[in-house]
Each structure stands twice: as C-alpha cells, then as structure tokens.
Design a binder for this molecule. Structure first.
Ligand SMILES: Nc1nc2c(ncn2[C@@H]2O[C@H](COP(=O)(O)OP(=O)(O)OP(=O)(O)O)[C@@H](O)[C@H]2O)c(=O)[nH]1
Ligand SMILES: [Mg+2]
Length: 398
C-alpha cells in the first residue's frame, strides 16, 4: 500500500497531482484545507491537501482517472481516515517550517536587540539621572562650602526638584537653582523718600560692625547724589571717639549732627531737624550677649515720640565676617518683634556670602545694603540678588 499526500491550491488540482503520480487507481483517503500557522501565514495562502492511497500492484499497473477516484470515495466512505501528522512532511512544508523557524529566530533576535537597545536606553537614562544627581550634589556642596546653612541648601534643592523633568539638562538645573536663590533673596529694600514725609532711619547692631561708617556712606549718597536734605543724630555717646568719628564725616559731607544723651533730647533733636527730609540715627553698638544692659536709649526706636507724619525705619547692621551662630543670636536680640531690614558690611573681608542668604531666610527681614570696604562714600551698594546667588553657587577662588 502506498500512501501519499498531495498539496495544491484547490481540491481539483491536488487530485490531479495524485492522479498524475499514482494513476487512476489511487483512492483519496483524506482531504483537508491546511491553514498556515505562525509567520508563514503572512506569506503563504491556505492550500488543500489530499491523502491518496494505492495498492502497490495497482500503482505499478497504472490507475483510474480522478473522477473515478472520487466515485470510489463516494462508494466507500469508510476508507477515508485521518492520517497521522508525522507522515505529512512534504518538501514545501519542510521549507516553510524552516522559513518559519528562520523568521522566528530573526524575530527573537529583533526582540533581543530591542531589549538590548532598551537596556542601553535605560543605562543611558540612569547615567543621565546620575549626571543630574551628581550635578545637584556638586551645587549642594558649593552652597555648603559657601556657608549656606544645610537646612536652606536642602530646601533650595528640594524645591527645584519637582521642576526637573526627564529632558532637563544640567544648564537648566543650574538656572533653576539660581532663580530659586534670587527669589529667596527677594527685592532689596532701599531707603526711599515719600514727598511730604520726613523719614527717620535708625541703625542698630553690635559694636564694631560698621554702623557709623555705613551711616556716613548713606548720608553722602543721599546728600551728594540725590540732593536730599540729610541730618544726622547720634545716640552713641559711650566713646568720645565715636562722636568725633561721626563729626568728621558730617563735616566732610556737610550735614548737621546732633549728639543726644536722653530720650527727651532725641525727641527734641528730631523736632529741630524738621526741615530735613532724611534723618539718620546712629545708635550705640551693644553686645548681643548682654541683654540685661538696660539703658534709657536701649529702646530708643520704640520709645521715641515722633510726629505722626514722620516715617520710621530700622536697619540691623551685621558684619559678613561674624560667625553664623552669633549672627542668629544677634538677629534674635536686636530684631525681636521688629520690622527691620538687614545691612551686611565687610563683605570684602569674606569669600563667601552664605550668611547673607541664611540671615535673609532665618529672619524673613528684607536685605537692603551691602558694604564692601572702608572707603566713604564709595563702598556701599544696594544688595544685588544675582551677585549673592552667583557667590553662593560658585567656587570662590582665594
Ligand atoms: N573692610 C571693611 N571695613 C569696614 C566696613 N565698614 C566699616 N568698616 C570698618 O570697621 C570698623 C568699625 O566701623 P564703625 O563704623 O566704627 O563701626 P560701628 O558699628 O559704628 O562701631 P561702634 O560704634 O563701636 O559700635 C572701622 O575700622 C571701619 O572702617 C566694610 O564694609 N569693610
Ligand atoms: Mg559707631
């Protein structure tokens, strides 16, 4: 018995093939439509497969036409049976199977290479993340090195973090931090005059920070650059030299100076200066460690009696060279419950200005002026937030 499979696009063609090879005596035992599976189905159409059988004797002697085969099948339906799949491996199927496995391998390679790309992408991204992180750490380190309080350095970094997206580069991070610091520094507070209103400005702070020098600088600026009518009052009578020092400046700048010893004298001095637009008041520097030091002029700013129309302003003068912990204490003692602004002196004597930012954030008081030298009247300017931001973010070379 010869059993053979024939495949063709149609049933008729398959039978014809069987007839051609096995002769008309062959019997169709099974017929099925084969649907391609896997990738092959995209390239190959379905086909018809018949299983034909022939008695060997008949095979040798030739066969009957395919029409007769069909007749035979109709007559003997029982001879049609499902043949085992393993016998069904024709050359074309083998080729297709090979092609399928080839395609599947190729696909697997593609997937593998995709994964490879994905892996690389992930590595690249994590490297970028790493780079960003490293960069943020570097800036954080710079802030710390420039004496920004850890608390505020952390705050700044934490606050910009939500703005950092996948495609944010290091330049943008730098800009974000820079802007954040500038925002935190805020608008500088300047002494400004409202027409029709006299202004009395008090300068308070510890000894030796540069209160008197700063007053001389500001007086000169308003008198000489702004043509403002400026008068000086000093309550700092502890040292003869202190009065002499301010007298010298007053003479040079050509502004009146009154020296007062009591609260009453102060109130009177202001009245006497009624024709002056800006009255700058020098106070005695006192130690922030000695809170008990209770003098009549200790609470001069609060206790003085000024006319309603007079505007009052207070500036706490701090030296940029003072240790951070002392600055906090000074701020607490001098600034307690007050509405004041901060002046930093001696910025020329320190490389890093972290404390300027720290005190701004600690006190909530606005920053106003920066004094960067002993020279009167030149070494003073309104605080420049960009300069402070650059300073605390940058590497300061000695
Ligand atoms: N390098 C530097 N020195 C300054 C600056 N401002 C003031 N000084 C110096 O600091 C010293 C003290 O300055 P003063 O103006 O007398 O300080 P003060 O706060 O009035 O001192 P007391 O009246 O004693 O409380 C002086 O030698 C000033 O020349 C500054 O911005 N930079
Ligand atoms: Mg002084």
């Amino acid at each position: 018995m010869i059993i053979k499979k024939f495949q063709a696009p149609t049933e008729a063609e398959a039978i014809l093939k069987a007839k051609e090879e096995l002769g008309t005596a062959a019997v169709v035992m099974n017929m099925k439509t084969v649907k391609h599976k896997g990738f092959v189905k995209y390239f190959k159409k379905d086909y018809v497969e018949i299983t034909a059988a022939l008695e060997e004797k008949t095979y040798v002697t030739g066969g009957i036409p395919h029409k007769e085969i069909n007749e035979e099948v109709k007559k003997n339906p029982n001879i049609i049976y499902e043949e085992e799949e393993q016998h069904a491996t024709s050359a074309i199927e083998e080729k297709l199977n090979n092609l399928q496995s080839l395609l599947e391998n190729k696909m697997r390679e593609d997937v593998d290479s995709l994964r490879e790309e994905e892996r690389e992408e992930r590595i690249r991204k994590s490297e970028e993340e790493d780079e960003k992180l490293k960069f943020m750490k570097l800036i954080y380190k710079q802030l710390i090195e420039n004496e920004v309080d850890e608390k505020y350095a952390n705050q700044i970094i934490a606050e910009i973090q939500p703005s950092i997206k996948k495609d944010t580069n290091v330049d943008t991070i730098l800009a974000l931090i820079y802007q954040k610091i500038i925002l935190k520094i805020g608008q500088p507070k300047k002494i400004s005059l409202n027409s029709g209103h006299q202004k009395v400005v008090f300068f308070i702070g510890p000894t030796g920070v540069g209160k008197t020098t700063t007053i001389a600088k500001i007086a000169a600026h308003f008198k000489l650059n702004k043509n403002v009518k400026v008068a000086l009052i000093t309550a700092d009578t502890y040292r003869i030299a202190a009065v002499e020092q301010l007298k010298t400046y007053a003479n040079i700048i050509d502004v009146p100076l009154q020296v007062i010893y009591t609260l009453e004298e102060f109130n009177q001095a202001v009245k006497d200066d009624r024709n002056y637009d800006l009255i700058l008041v020098d106070t005695a520097g006192r130690s922030h460690k000695n809170e008990e030091q209770c003098e009549e002029l200790y609470h001069l700013v609060e206790d003085c009696e000024l006319d309603e129309s007079i505007e009052k302003e207070e500036y706490l003068v701090l030296s940029a060279t003072t240790k951070y912990r002392d600055l906090l204490k000074i701020n607490d003692v001098f600034g307690k419950g007050k509405d004041y602004s901060l002046i930093f002196t001696k910025t020329d004597e320190t490389l890093c200005l972290g404390n300027v930012l720290n005190l701004r954030l600690y006190s909530g008081a606005p920053l106003s002026y920066i004094a960067d030298g002993q020279s009167v009247p030149d070494d003073i300017s309104t605080i420049d937030p960009q300069m402070i931001a650059k300073n605390v973010m940058g590497r300061n070379l000695a």
